[in-house]
Design a protein around this ligand. Structure first.
Ligand SMILES: Nc1nc2c(ncn2[C@@H]2O[C@H](COP(=O)(O)OP(=O)(O)OP(=O)(O)O)[C@@H](O)[C@H]2O)c(=O)[nH]1
Ligand SMILES: [Mg+2]
Length: 458
Protein backbone atom coordinates (compact mmCIF):
# COMPACT_ATOMS: atom_id res chain seq x y z
CA UNK A 1 0.00 0.00 0.00
CA UNK A 2 1.30 3.44 -0.92
CA UNK A 3 1.45 6.20 1.69
CA UNK A 4 1.93 3.45 4.21
CA UNK A 5 2.61 5.45 7.33
CA UNK A 6 0.04 8.15 6.64
CA UNK A 7 -2.49 5.42 5.88
CA UNK A 8 -1.78 3.63 9.15
CA UNK A 9 -1.98 6.86 11.12
CA UNK A 10 -5.24 7.98 9.54
CA UNK A 11 -6.80 4.59 9.94
CA UNK A 12 -5.93 4.57 13.61
CA UNK A 13 -7.43 8.05 14.08
CA UNK A 14 -10.64 6.90 12.40
CA UNK A 15 -10.72 3.80 14.58
CA UNK A 16 -10.28 5.91 17.69
CA UNK A 17 -13.05 8.21 16.53
CA UNK A 18 -15.44 5.32 16.01
CA UNK A 19 -14.66 4.03 19.51
CA UNK A 20 -15.55 7.28 21.25
CA UNK A 21 -18.73 7.25 23.33
CA UNK A 22 -19.87 10.62 21.97
CA UNK A 23 -18.78 13.30 19.55
CA UNK A 24 -18.34 16.59 21.32
CA UNK A 25 -15.87 19.47 21.09
CA UNK A 26 -13.14 17.48 22.81
CA UNK A 27 -13.59 14.61 20.40
CA UNK A 28 -13.34 16.93 17.42
CA UNK A 29 -10.23 18.57 18.85
CA UNK A 30 -8.68 15.17 19.40
CA UNK A 31 -9.29 14.26 15.75
CA UNK A 32 -7.91 17.59 14.53
CA UNK A 33 -4.74 17.35 16.59
CA UNK A 34 -4.05 13.77 15.57
CA UNK A 35 -4.65 14.66 11.93
CA UNK A 36 -2.23 17.56 12.14
CA UNK A 37 0.43 15.38 13.69
CA UNK A 38 0.18 12.62 11.11
CA UNK A 39 0.03 14.99 8.11
CA UNK A 40 3.05 16.91 9.36
CA UNK A 41 4.98 13.71 9.98
CA UNK A 42 4.21 12.75 6.38
CA UNK A 43 5.83 15.97 5.15
CA UNK A 44 2.69 17.75 4.05
CA UNK A 45 3.43 21.47 3.93
CA UNK A 46 2.83 23.08 7.33
CA UNK A 47 0.52 25.85 6.13
CA UNK A 48 -1.48 23.38 4.12
CA UNK A 49 -1.93 21.10 7.14
CA UNK A 50 -3.34 23.96 9.18
CA UNK A 51 -5.57 25.13 6.41
CA UNK A 52 -6.96 21.63 5.84
CA UNK A 53 -7.57 20.90 9.50
CA UNK A 54 -9.07 24.32 10.11
CA UNK A 55 -11.62 23.67 7.34
CA UNK A 56 -12.54 20.32 8.85
CA UNK A 57 -12.84 21.76 12.35
CA UNK A 58 -15.03 24.66 11.28
CA UNK A 59 -17.43 22.43 9.44
CA UNK A 60 -17.52 19.83 12.22
CA UNK A 61 -18.21 22.39 14.92
CA UNK A 62 -20.86 24.27 12.99
CA UNK A 63 -23.00 21.48 11.65
CA UNK A 64 -26.06 20.07 13.32
CA UNK A 65 -26.42 16.39 12.81
CA UNK A 66 -28.32 13.40 13.92
CA UNK A 67 -26.34 11.73 16.65
CA UNK A 68 -26.09 8.40 14.88
CA UNK A 69 -24.28 9.85 11.91
CA UNK A 70 -21.85 12.25 13.56
CA UNK A 71 -18.88 9.91 13.39
CA UNK A 72 -19.49 9.16 9.75
CA UNK A 73 -19.90 12.85 9.14
CA UNK A 74 -16.44 13.62 10.56
CA UNK A 75 -14.95 10.83 8.45
CA UNK A 76 -16.66 12.32 5.43
CA UNK A 77 -15.26 15.76 6.24
CA UNK A 78 -11.72 14.38 6.47
CA UNK A 79 -12.29 12.46 3.25
CA UNK A 80 -13.62 15.48 1.38
CA UNK A 81 -10.78 17.70 2.52
CA UNK A 82 -8.14 15.16 1.49
CA UNK A 83 -9.76 14.65 -1.90
CA UNK A 84 -9.96 18.41 -2.34
CA UNK A 85 -6.27 18.77 -1.47
CA UNK A 86 -5.21 16.24 -4.06
CA UNK A 87 -7.07 18.16 -6.72
CA UNK A 88 -10.52 16.60 -6.43
CA UNK A 89 -11.97 14.06 -8.75
CA UNK A 90 -11.58 14.89 -12.39
CA UNK A 91 -12.24 13.22 -15.67
CA UNK A 92 -9.44 11.19 -17.24
CA UNK A 93 -7.16 12.84 -19.80
CA UNK A 94 -9.24 13.39 -22.92
CA UNK A 95 -7.80 11.81 -26.00
CA UNK A 96 -9.40 13.24 -29.13
CA UNK A 97 -10.05 10.49 -31.64
CA UNK A 98 -8.74 10.92 -35.19
CA UNK A 99 -6.18 13.51 -34.07
CA UNK A 100 -2.57 13.48 -32.94
CA UNK A 101 -2.74 14.17 -29.22
CA UNK A 102 0.44 15.59 -27.74
CA UNK A 103 1.23 14.99 -24.07
CA UNK A 104 4.21 16.83 -22.56
CA UNK A 105 5.90 15.63 -19.38
CA UNK A 106 7.79 18.07 -17.18
CA UNK A 107 9.37 17.92 -13.74
CA UNK A 108 12.55 18.24 -11.74
CA UNK A 109 15.66 16.11 -12.34
CA UNK A 110 15.29 12.45 -11.60
CA UNK A 111 11.58 12.68 -10.76
CA UNK A 112 10.85 9.79 -13.12
CA UNK A 113 9.73 11.50 -16.32
CA UNK A 114 11.49 9.25 -18.80
CA UNK A 115 10.38 6.10 -16.98
CA UNK A 116 6.82 7.46 -16.83
CA UNK A 117 6.86 8.09 -20.60
CA UNK A 118 7.53 4.37 -21.07
CA UNK A 119 4.73 3.55 -18.62
CA UNK A 120 2.22 5.93 -20.20
CA UNK A 121 3.11 4.68 -23.68
CA UNK A 122 2.45 1.12 -22.53
CA UNK A 123 -0.82 2.17 -20.87
CA UNK A 124 -2.19 3.85 -23.99
CA UNK A 125 -0.84 1.21 -26.34
CA UNK A 126 -2.73 -1.41 -24.35
CA UNK A 127 -5.87 0.64 -24.90
CA UNK A 128 -5.38 0.29 -28.64
CA UNK A 129 -3.86 3.65 -29.51
CA UNK A 130 -0.96 4.16 -31.89
CA UNK A 131 1.59 5.71 -29.56
CA UNK A 132 4.96 7.40 -30.12
CA UNK A 133 7.53 8.92 -27.79
CA UNK A 134 9.68 11.99 -28.45
CA UNK A 135 12.72 13.05 -26.49
CA UNK A 136 13.75 16.69 -26.23
CA UNK A 137 16.31 16.15 -23.50
CA UNK A 138 19.57 17.62 -24.77
CA UNK A 139 21.13 17.80 -21.31
CA UNK A 140 21.31 14.37 -19.80
CA UNK A 141 23.92 12.13 -21.45
CA UNK A 142 22.24 9.03 -22.83
CA UNK A 143 18.71 10.49 -22.51
CA UNK A 144 17.80 9.42 -26.04
CA UNK A 145 19.18 5.91 -25.56
CA UNK A 146 17.29 5.56 -22.27
CA UNK A 147 13.98 6.33 -23.92
CA UNK A 148 14.73 4.13 -26.93
CA UNK A 149 15.56 1.27 -24.60
CA UNK A 150 12.27 1.72 -22.71
CA UNK A 151 10.04 2.11 -25.75
CA UNK A 152 11.71 -0.82 -27.55
CA UNK A 153 10.38 -3.10 -24.82
CA UNK A 154 6.82 -2.30 -25.82
CA UNK A 155 7.21 -1.80 -29.54
CA UNK A 156 6.63 1.95 -29.48
CA UNK A 157 8.52 4.21 -31.87
CA UNK A 158 10.84 6.78 -30.33
CA UNK A 159 11.71 10.04 -32.09
CA UNK A 160 14.80 12.06 -31.27
CA UNK A 161 18.24 13.12 -32.39
CA UNK A 162 21.16 12.86 -29.96
CA UNK A 163 23.19 15.28 -32.10
CA UNK A 164 20.73 18.18 -31.91
CA UNK A 165 21.57 20.59 -29.08
CA UNK A 166 18.59 22.92 -29.37
CA UNK A 167 15.72 21.43 -27.39
CA UNK A 168 13.03 23.61 -28.94
CA UNK A 169 14.05 22.82 -32.52
CA UNK A 170 14.30 19.19 -31.56
CA UNK A 171 10.84 19.22 -30.01
CA UNK A 172 9.18 20.81 -33.04
CA UNK A 173 10.94 18.72 -35.65
CA UNK A 174 10.57 15.34 -34.00
CA UNK A 175 6.97 15.89 -32.92
CA UNK A 176 6.10 16.91 -36.47
CA UNK A 177 7.58 13.65 -37.73
CA UNK A 178 5.51 11.68 -35.25
CA UNK A 179 2.37 13.56 -36.32
CA UNK A 180 3.13 12.90 -39.97
CA UNK A 181 3.41 9.24 -39.15
CA UNK A 182 -0.19 9.46 -37.89
CA UNK A 183 0.25 8.56 -34.27
CA UNK A 184 -2.80 9.01 -32.02
CA UNK A 185 -0.77 9.90 -28.97
CA UNK A 186 2.67 11.47 -28.91
CA UNK A 187 4.31 11.62 -25.49
CA UNK A 188 7.11 14.15 -25.25
CA UNK A 189 9.93 13.87 -22.71
CA UNK A 190 11.78 16.93 -21.42
CA UNK A 191 15.02 17.37 -19.52
CA UNK A 192 14.73 17.63 -15.75
CA UNK A 193 14.96 21.12 -14.26
CA UNK A 194 14.64 22.96 -10.99
CA UNK A 195 12.77 26.18 -10.49
CA UNK A 196 16.08 27.97 -9.76
CA UNK A 197 17.38 27.13 -13.26
CA UNK A 198 15.78 30.08 -14.98
CA UNK A 199 17.26 29.34 -18.39
CA UNK A 200 15.91 25.81 -18.35
CA UNK A 201 12.52 26.94 -17.12
CA UNK A 202 12.33 29.33 -20.06
CA UNK A 203 13.30 26.53 -22.42
CA UNK A 204 10.40 24.48 -21.06
CA UNK A 205 7.98 27.36 -21.60
CA UNK A 206 9.16 27.67 -25.18
CA UNK A 207 8.74 23.96 -25.81
CA UNK A 208 5.19 24.23 -24.51
CA UNK A 209 4.33 27.27 -26.59
CA UNK A 210 5.79 25.73 -29.77
CA UNK A 211 4.14 22.32 -29.36
CA UNK A 212 0.83 23.48 -27.87
CA UNK A 213 0.31 20.11 -26.22
CA UNK A 214 -3.16 18.80 -25.38
CA UNK A 215 -1.98 18.01 -21.87
CA UNK A 216 1.02 18.95 -19.73
CA UNK A 217 1.73 16.47 -16.95
CA UNK A 218 3.87 17.35 -13.98
CA UNK A 219 5.88 14.38 -12.69
CA UNK A 220 6.49 14.51 -8.96
CA UNK A 221 8.83 12.28 -7.01
CA UNK A 222 6.74 10.83 -4.18
CA UNK A 223 9.75 10.81 -1.87
CA UNK A 224 10.17 14.57 -2.14
CA UNK A 225 9.52 16.40 1.12
CA UNK A 226 8.64 19.98 1.94
CA UNK A 227 10.27 21.50 -1.16
CA UNK A 228 7.72 19.78 -3.42
CA UNK A 229 5.24 22.59 -2.92
CA UNK A 230 7.41 25.45 -4.14
CA UNK A 231 8.84 23.44 -7.04
CA UNK A 232 5.36 22.47 -8.23
CA UNK A 233 4.12 26.01 -7.78
CA UNK A 234 6.88 27.34 -10.04
CA UNK A 235 6.17 24.73 -12.73
CA UNK A 236 2.51 25.67 -12.63
CA UNK A 237 3.43 29.34 -13.13
CA UNK A 238 5.56 28.54 -16.19
CA UNK A 239 3.40 25.96 -17.89
CA UNK A 240 -0.22 25.02 -18.05
CA UNK A 241 -0.12 21.90 -15.86
CA UNK A 242 -3.20 19.75 -16.44
CA UNK A 243 -2.47 16.74 -14.30
CA UNK A 244 0.08 15.01 -12.14
CA UNK A 245 1.94 11.71 -12.03
CA UNK A 246 3.44 10.81 -8.67
CA UNK A 247 6.32 8.34 -8.87
CA UNK A 248 8.24 6.11 -6.47
CA UNK A 249 5.30 5.42 -4.20
CA UNK A 250 6.45 1.80 -3.91
CA UNK A 251 9.20 2.56 -1.42
CA UNK A 252 8.97 4.23 1.92
CA UNK A 253 7.68 7.47 0.40
CA UNK A 254 5.87 9.53 2.97
CA UNK A 255 3.92 11.09 0.15
CA UNK A 256 3.22 14.42 1.85
CA UNK A 257 5.28 16.26 -0.75
CA UNK A 258 3.07 14.88 -3.51
CA UNK A 259 -0.08 15.98 -1.67
CA UNK A 260 1.39 19.47 -1.27
CA UNK A 261 2.35 19.57 -4.96
CA UNK A 262 -1.25 18.88 -5.93
CA UNK A 263 -2.42 21.70 -3.73
CA UNK A 264 0.22 24.01 -5.24
CA UNK A 265 -0.86 23.34 -8.81
CA UNK A 266 -4.55 22.87 -8.11
CA UNK A 267 -4.45 19.79 -10.30
CA UNK A 268 -5.15 16.19 -9.58
CA UNK A 269 -3.11 13.01 -9.66
CA UNK A 270 -4.01 10.83 -12.63
CA UNK A 271 -1.39 8.08 -12.35
CA UNK A 272 1.06 6.78 -9.81
CA UNK A 273 4.34 4.95 -10.32
CA UNK A 274 4.89 2.06 -7.97
CA UNK A 275 8.15 0.55 -9.20
CA UNK A 276 10.85 0.78 -11.82
CA UNK A 277 9.27 -1.58 -14.33
CA UNK A 278 6.90 -0.36 -17.03
CA UNK A 279 3.96 -2.27 -15.61
CA UNK A 280 4.43 -0.67 -12.19
CA UNK A 281 1.94 2.03 -13.02
CA UNK A 282 -1.61 2.59 -11.82
CA UNK A 283 -4.46 4.86 -12.68
CA UNK A 284 -5.37 6.92 -9.69
CA UNK A 285 -8.83 7.39 -8.23
CA UNK A 286 -8.84 10.02 -5.45
CA UNK A 287 -11.97 8.72 -3.73
CA UNK A 288 -10.86 5.10 -3.59
CA UNK A 289 -7.39 6.19 -2.60
CA UNK A 290 -8.51 8.40 0.28
CA UNK A 291 -10.98 5.72 1.33
CA UNK A 292 -8.17 3.23 1.64
CA UNK A 293 -5.99 5.77 3.47
CA UNK A 294 -8.75 6.20 6.02
CA UNK A 295 -9.36 2.48 6.23
CA UNK A 296 -12.91 2.86 4.92
CA UNK A 297 -13.23 0.67 1.82
CA UNK A 298 -16.78 1.72 1.03
CA UNK A 299 -16.25 5.45 1.40
CA UNK A 300 -18.78 6.23 -1.32
CA UNK A 301 -21.46 4.32 0.57
CA UNK A 302 -20.59 6.19 3.73
CA UNK A 303 -20.68 9.55 2.00
CA UNK A 304 -24.11 8.76 0.60
CA UNK A 305 -25.49 7.77 3.98
CA UNK A 306 -24.18 10.96 5.54
CA UNK A 307 -25.74 13.04 2.80
CA UNK A 308 -29.08 11.39 3.42
CA UNK A 309 -28.75 11.92 7.15
CA UNK A 310 -27.91 15.56 6.60
CA UNK A 311 -31.15 15.98 4.70
CA UNK A 312 -33.29 14.13 7.23
CA UNK A 313 -31.82 16.00 10.12
CA UNK A 314 -32.83 19.44 9.07
CA UNK A 315 -34.14 20.55 12.42
CA UNK A 316 -34.22 24.24 11.53
CA UNK A 317 -36.83 23.78 8.87
CA UNK A 318 -39.05 21.62 11.02
CA UNK A 319 -38.62 23.87 14.04
CA UNK A 320 -39.68 26.83 11.98
CA UNK A 321 -42.60 24.86 10.66
CA UNK A 322 -43.57 23.88 14.18
CA UNK A 323 -43.66 27.52 15.18
CA UNK A 324 -45.84 28.25 12.18
CA UNK A 325 -43.08 30.38 10.69
CA UNK A 326 -42.64 29.56 7.09
CA UNK A 327 -41.79 32.16 4.50
CA UNK A 328 -41.63 32.03 0.74
CA UNK A 329 -37.86 31.90 1.04
CA UNK A 330 -38.15 28.83 3.24
CA UNK A 331 -40.30 27.06 0.76
CA UNK A 332 -37.97 27.82 -2.09
CA UNK A 333 -34.67 27.09 -0.37
CA UNK A 334 -35.91 23.92 1.20
CA UNK A 335 -37.18 22.58 -2.07
CA UNK A 336 -33.97 23.60 -3.72
CA UNK A 337 -31.58 22.23 -1.11
CA UNK A 338 -33.52 19.05 -0.65
CA UNK A 339 -33.59 18.72 -4.43
CA UNK A 340 -35.68 15.63 -4.26
CA UNK A 341 -39.14 16.83 -3.50
CA UNK A 342 -39.77 13.36 -2.09
CA UNK A 343 -37.64 14.20 0.95
CA UNK A 344 -39.78 17.19 1.80
CA UNK A 345 -42.86 15.06 1.33
CA UNK A 346 -41.48 12.61 3.87
CA UNK A 347 -40.91 15.30 6.43
CA UNK A 348 -44.41 16.65 5.93
CA UNK A 349 -45.86 13.17 6.00
CA UNK A 350 -44.24 12.62 9.36
CA UNK A 351 -45.66 15.90 10.56
CA UNK A 352 -49.19 15.43 9.52
CA UNK A 353 -50.00 13.40 6.47
CA UNK A 354 -53.28 14.11 4.71
CA UNK A 355 -53.23 15.59 1.28
CA UNK A 356 -49.76 16.72 0.36
CA UNK A 357 -49.95 20.20 -1.18
CA UNK A 358 -49.85 20.59 -4.87
CA UNK A 359 -46.55 22.47 -4.60
CA UNK A 360 -44.96 19.14 -3.92
CA UNK A 361 -46.32 17.24 -6.84
CA UNK A 362 -43.79 15.62 -9.03
CA UNK A 363 -43.33 18.52 -11.38
CA UNK A 364 -42.65 20.92 -8.52
CA UNK A 365 -38.97 20.97 -9.26
CA UNK A 366 -39.69 22.54 -12.61
CA UNK A 367 -41.36 25.47 -10.88
CA UNK A 368 -38.24 26.25 -8.93
CA UNK A 369 -36.50 28.08 -11.73
CA UNK A 370 -39.47 30.34 -12.29
CA UNK A 371 -39.87 30.94 -8.59
CA UNK A 372 -36.26 31.93 -8.27
CA UNK A 373 -36.75 34.71 -10.78
CA UNK A 374 -39.89 35.91 -9.04
CA UNK A 375 -38.30 35.75 -5.60
CA UNK A 376 -35.44 37.93 -6.74
CA UNK A 377 -37.93 40.70 -7.38
CA UNK A 378 -39.55 40.54 -3.96
CA UNK A 379 -38.69 42.70 -1.00
CA UNK A 380 -37.75 41.05 2.27
CA UNK A 381 -41.07 42.14 3.79
CA UNK A 382 -42.95 40.48 0.94
CA UNK A 383 -41.05 37.24 1.33
CA UNK A 384 -41.73 37.10 5.02
CA UNK A 385 -45.36 38.06 4.79
CA UNK A 386 -46.67 37.25 1.32
CA UNK A 387 -50.18 38.38 2.33
CA UNK A 388 -49.16 41.94 1.53
CA UNK A 389 -48.58 41.09 -2.12
CA UNK A 390 -51.62 42.71 -3.67
CA UNK A 391 -52.36 43.98 -7.17
CA UNK A 392 -49.92 46.92 -7.41
CA UNK A 393 -47.09 44.90 -5.92
CA UNK A 394 -47.86 42.07 -8.31
CA UNK A 395 -47.57 44.41 -11.24
CA UNK A 396 -44.18 45.63 -10.04
CA UNK A 397 -43.01 42.06 -9.48
CA UNK A 398 -44.20 40.90 -12.88
CA UNK A 399 -42.35 43.72 -14.60
CA UNK A 400 -39.25 43.31 -12.46
CA UNK A 401 -39.00 39.60 -12.94
CA UNK A 402 -40.19 39.45 -16.53
CA UNK A 403 -42.82 36.87 -15.57
CA UNK A 404 -46.58 37.03 -15.69
CA UNK A 405 -49.39 37.20 -13.17
CA UNK A 406 -50.16 33.51 -13.57
CA UNK A 407 -46.70 32.48 -12.39
CA UNK A 408 -46.83 34.82 -9.42
CA UNK A 409 -50.36 33.80 -8.48
CA UNK A 410 -49.52 30.15 -8.77
CA UNK A 411 -46.49 30.48 -6.55
CA UNK A 412 -48.48 32.36 -3.91
CA UNK A 413 -51.27 29.85 -4.20
CA UNK A 414 -48.96 26.96 -3.58
CA UNK A 415 -47.30 28.73 -0.72
CA UNK A 416 -50.72 29.29 0.88
CA UNK A 417 -51.66 25.66 0.44
CA UNK A 418 -48.46 24.63 2.11
CA UNK A 419 -48.96 27.01 4.97
CA UNK A 420 -52.55 25.79 5.48
CA UNK A 421 -51.35 22.24 5.41
CA UNK A 422 -48.80 22.96 8.08
CA UNK A 423 -51.26 24.76 10.27
CA UNK A 424 -53.54 21.75 10.19
CA UNK A 425 -50.67 19.43 10.97
CA UNK A 426 -49.66 21.57 13.93
CA UNK A 427 -53.18 21.61 15.33
CA UNK A 428 -53.29 17.85 15.16
CA UNK A 429 -49.93 17.73 16.91
CA UNK A 430 -51.19 19.91 19.71
CA UNK A 431 -54.36 17.88 20.14
CA UNK A 432 -52.15 14.83 20.49
CA UNK A 433 -53.76 13.15 17.55
CA UNK A 434 -50.42 11.92 16.36
CA UNK A 435 -49.66 11.58 12.73
CA UNK A 436 -52.75 10.62 10.83
CA UNK A 437 -53.03 9.74 7.23
CA UNK A 438 -49.89 7.72 6.71
CA UNK A 439 -50.31 4.13 7.83
CA UNK A 440 -47.44 2.91 9.94
CA UNK A 441 -45.87 6.32 9.99
CA UNK A 442 -47.28 7.49 13.29
CA UNK A 443 -44.68 6.15 15.67
CA UNK A 444 -41.70 6.94 13.48
CA UNK A 445 -43.02 10.43 13.02
CA UNK A 446 -43.44 10.96 16.73
CA UNK A 447 -39.91 9.77 17.39
CA UNK A 448 -38.62 12.02 14.69
CA UNK A 449 -40.33 15.04 16.18
CA UNK A 450 -39.11 14.15 19.67
CA UNK A 451 -35.58 13.92 18.48
CA UNK A 452 -35.82 17.28 16.86
CA UNK A 453 -37.10 18.73 20.07
CA UNK A 454 -33.80 18.01 21.76
CA UNK A 455 -30.86 20.26 21.21
CA UNK A 456 -28.82 18.72 18.48
CA UNK A 457 -25.90 21.09 18.57
CA UNK A 458 -22.40 19.88 19.40
N1 LIG B 1 11.09 2.62 -7.31
C1 LIG B 1 10.75 3.39 -8.31
N2 LIG B 1 11.67 3.97 -9.07
C2 LIG B 1 11.30 4.77 -10.08
C3 LIG B 1 9.94 5.01 -10.36
N3 LIG B 1 9.88 5.84 -11.42
C4 LIG B 1 11.16 6.10 -11.76
N4 LIG B 1 12.03 5.44 -10.97
C5 LIG B 1 13.50 5.45 -11.00
O1 LIG B 1 13.94 6.78 -10.77
C6 LIG B 1 15.14 7.02 -11.46
C7 LIG B 1 15.00 8.27 -12.32
O2 LIG B 1 14.03 8.01 -13.30
P1 LIG B 1 13.99 8.75 -14.71
O3 LIG B 1 12.79 8.26 -15.40
O4 LIG B 1 15.27 8.64 -15.40
O5 LIG B 1 13.77 10.22 -14.21
P2 LIG B 1 13.77 11.56 -15.09
O6 LIG B 1 12.80 12.47 -14.46
O7 LIG B 1 13.59 11.24 -16.50
O8 LIG B 1 15.24 12.09 -14.82
P3 LIG B 1 15.98 13.24 -15.63
O9 LIG B 1 15.74 13.01 -17.06
O10 LIG B 1 17.41 13.13 -15.25
O11 LIG B 1 15.41 14.52 -15.14
C8 LIG B 1 15.41 5.78 -12.27
O12 LIG B 1 16.36 4.98 -11.61
C9 LIG B 1 14.07 5.07 -12.32
O13 LIG B 1 14.18 3.67 -12.44
C10 LIG B 1 8.96 4.39 -9.52
O14 LIG B 1 7.72 4.57 -9.67
N5 LIG B 1 9.42 3.61 -8.52
MG1 LIG C 1 14.70 11.77 -18.16
Amino acid sequence: MVFNKLGKDLESIMRKLRGLPKIDKDAINMVIQSLQRSLLESDVKVELVFQMTENIKKEAMNTDLKRARRKDFIIKLVHDELVKTIGGTSAPIRIKPGKSNVILLVGIQGSGKTTSIGKLARFYKNKGYKVAAVTTDTWRPGAYEQLVQLTDQIGVKCYGNPNEKNAIKLAVRETKKAINDEHDIIIVDTAGRHKEEKELMREMEKIESSLKPNEVILVIDGTLGQQAYSQAEEFAKSTNIGSIIVTKLDGTAKGGGALSACAATNQSIRFIGVGEKLEDFEEFNPTTFVGSLLGVPDIEGLVKKVQEAEIDADPDLVKRMMKGKFTLDDLYYQLKSIKKVGKMKNILAMMGGGNIPEALTDDAEKNLEKWEVVLNSLTQAEKEDPKIIKKTRKRRIAIGSGTDYTTINRMLDQYNQMKKFMKKALQMQKKGKGMPGIPGMGKAGAQFMNKLGKDNKF
